[in-house]
Design a protein around this ligand. Structure first.
Ligand code: MSP
Length: 642
């Protein structure tokens, strides 16, 4: 019996919309969870939102909402994003959940009763942006390193957690279990912190200053410091202290965080666990930061990457593959769209996509769309060690996945893909096909190649679950029964001769940089707009176009019209309209349902592929890489747009 597996992401602050950084950590957690489903039966994957504190209160005020309404709204953005990125979390925790609050109170009371929390007056330099006190040493030129503002001197009585008491214990623990924090650079960083005397942690905030938090169970005038509240989510979600989930999953807990929150996870949290009498997590896995074109992602630079936009243009699996393949877990990486396009074209379209279509085209052509039989008398000599290579690939993949070296795990798979591409060149099936006497050889070669594809479909499952399922389907398998289980992948010769192969598809079509496509090359160098600016119109001509807000109620493909989607929209007219839109290449129905769009409402109705369209959706692009104009705030359907 293999052990269960438990993985968590940080719970994200709800003061900003989800961006590429959040998507990366959550996809990494999804990849590792799916990997563990290949080798074990019980897994649990937790993500959620961190909703208390001053920062959130101020963000709510800025939007003119109550903290409760505001946190509900942003938390929902995260919750709704994850299924669209194929995130398979088992639970979504919110720190405003009553169950979480009860556990935070319980843990606080336990540590307080033990004597590890004390009351004291404190004067210090406080950064309101970070919601924490800074020591002189931490400040850069007297300013907060994150906000570049001078912290204010605040004097107040507060509750403190005796972290210093556990400093030696935690240092010794890390030295005895060196991989508790990985990769190594982050363990060393934590050990470096621990070489300096550890200050006790201020874990309360007076209600006179901050009200949006969990009241201390032993003093009604204070709320809990957000970090003390948030970290506890990892056990409260499992029903600590009694839940069956807690008993099963806590002993195998693994956290994933980026380097920005190493200190709370690498120091506060283990010490809180120790003080509360809870065992320490098994691993803290720390990754680096995604920058964009080598600069920090930030609102003010206007370079914040929205995960859904990329998914809509390049496809979900390609996006997931790029993130997992291009970041060396632990180091920073730079996001750039050209690198994404290059990866898609070289690894996905050329290597994997070509292999898949070469092999299936031959199976369809030479064996009437069925898996050929395999003659064991000649098998060995013609297999050229492929089955051993497959096993070695699976082992290398697994060994790297276990230590979060995703890029190396994928490299191992791609070496196998290239090995299969070479196998085709060496065995030259098209030559074998010319001669009746080499029919048996041809059977062995094509069978082996199909088996190779079956193994690959399992190995890419954690990173590209949809593509894995599609490969299975085109290998004549139903993609059910957990095809990605390690023991199944290792069972070479699982494909049943005679199995029918459905009509094949292109797994990954080649893509072009939106503004660098060959067709645009000439245009790119010309100044001005492309296509050129239209003829001037008067304001009356513009206002003749009646633009209205509409909510998409339903969306579905139109049979035999690959480019079109049929939408049912609500424009507040007391009936729903149907409109047909040429956005099927870039949008799936699920991308649109619930979205608020802009519609040309007084356009003369027209029939498209037999469907009467009563209006037109506003969208940017050329039909291939289209972006639909959606509203950024909820607006009453039927509102005029001008
Ligand atoms: N609420 C705290 C975490 C509490 S956990 C008990 C918090 N939230 S956050 O919204 O700021 O999320 C920080 C995390 O988001 C990072 O640790 C990382 O997982 C992810 N990322 C945010 N920006 C990122 C990049 N630019 N690059 C990679 N990941 C980043 O801190």
């Amino acid at each position: 019996m293999t052990e269960p597996f438990y993985v968590t992401t940080p719970i994200y602050y709800v003061n900003a919309r989800p961006h590429l950084g959040h998507a990366y950590t959550t996809i990494a957690a999804d990849v590792i969870k799916r990997f563990y489903t290949m080798i074990t039966t019980e897994t649990f994957f937790l993500t959620g939102t961190d909703e208390h504190g001053d920062k959130i209160m101020r963000a709510a005020r800025a939007e003119g909402l109550s903290p409760r309404a505001y946190v509900d709204k942003i938390s929902d953005l995260f919750r709704q994003l994850w299924p669209q990125l194929n995130i398979s979390n088992d639970y979504f925790i919110r720190t405003t959940d009553p169950k979480h609050i009860a556990v935070v109170e319980k843990v606080l009371q336990k540590i307080y009763d033990k004597g590890d929390i004390y009351f004291s007056e404190y004067e210090g330099k406080y950064c309101f942006g970070c919601e924490r006190f800074y020591t002189e040493k931490e400040l850069v030129d007297g300013k907060c390193p994150d906000h570049q503002t001078e912290p204010e001197v605040i004097r107040e009585s507060n509750y403190f957690f005796k972290m210093s008491k556990y400093q030696q214990w935690w240092t010794d623990y890390i030295n005895r279990h060196p991989d508790v924090i990985r990769p190594e650079r982050y363990r060393n960083e934590v050990l470096a912190f621990l070489r300096e005397p550890l200050e006790d942690l201020c874990i309360s905030r007076p209600k006179s200053r901050i009200k949006w938090g969990i009241t201390l169970p032993f003093d009604q005038d204070y709320v809990t410091y957000v970090w003390f509240d948030a970290l506890i989510n990892y056990v409260s979600a499992l029903g600590y202290p009694d839940g069956g989930l807690f008993k099963k999953f806590w002993p195998v807990a693994q956290h994933i965080v980026a380097k920005d929150i190493l200190k709370p996870h690498g120091i506060y949290w283990p010490i809180m666990l120790k003080a509360a009498g809870i065992p320490i997590y098994r691993h803290l896995n720390v990754h680096g930061y995604w920058n964009v074109d080598n600069s920090k992602m930030s609102k003010s630079l206007g370079n914040v990457i929205e995960p859904l936009q990329l998914k809509n243009v390049y496809g979900l699996d390609a996006f997931r593959y790029f993130l997992t393949r291009d970041m060396v877990f632990g180091l920073d990486a730079s996001f750039n769209e050209e690198a994404l396009v290059n990866r898609i074209n070289s690894d996905l379209a050329n290597d994997l996509g070509n292999l898949f279509s070469r092999v299936l085209t031959m199976a369809h052509k030479y064996f009437q769309s069925t898996v050929p039989a395999i003659d064991s008398n000649i098998e060995e000599e013609l297999s050229l060690g492929l089955s051993q290579d497959a096993i070695q690939t699976i082992d290398a993949f697994a060994a790297n996945m276990e230590v979060f070296a995703f890029h190396k795990a994928l490299q191992a798979v791609w070496e196998f893909i290239n090995r299969l591409n070479k196998y085709i060149d060496v065995t030259a099936p098209w030559v074998l096909a010319k001669n009746k006497s080499s029919r048996k050889q041809l059977e062995v070669v094509i069978y082996n190649l199909l088996e190779g594809l079956r193994v690959i479909s399992g190995l890419i499952y954690p990173v590209m679950p949809d593509t894995a399922a599609s490969m299975q389907k085109h290998l004549g398998l139903d993609g059910k029964d957990e095809f990605y289980k390690m023991e199944k992948l290792k069972a070479w010769k699982s494909l049943l001769p005679g199995t029918r192969l459905p009509k094949t598809i292109a797994l990954f079509p080649r893509v072009e940089m939106p503004e660098m496509g060959e067709a645009n090359q000439g245009e790119r160098n010309k100044p001005g707009l492309n296509p050129p600016l239209g003829k001037e119109i008067t304001i009356d001509q513009f206002t003749a176009v009646d633009l209205r807000v509409a909510t998409v109620i339903k969306a579905e493909p139109i049979p035999r019209a690959k480019k079109l989607l049929k939408l049912e929209i609500d424009m507040g007219e007391g009936r729903h309209r149907t409109i047909v839109s040429g956005i099927a290449a870039s949008h799936s129905p699920a991308d649109l349902i619930g979205k608020q769009v802009i519609v040309v409402a007084n356009l003369k109705p027209a029939k498209l592929m037999g469907v009467l369209s009563e209006g037109m959706l506003l969208a940017a692009g050329d039909g291939k890489q289209t972006t639909v104009a959606v509203l950024d705030k909820k607006t009453a359907p039927g509102t005029k747009v001008s």
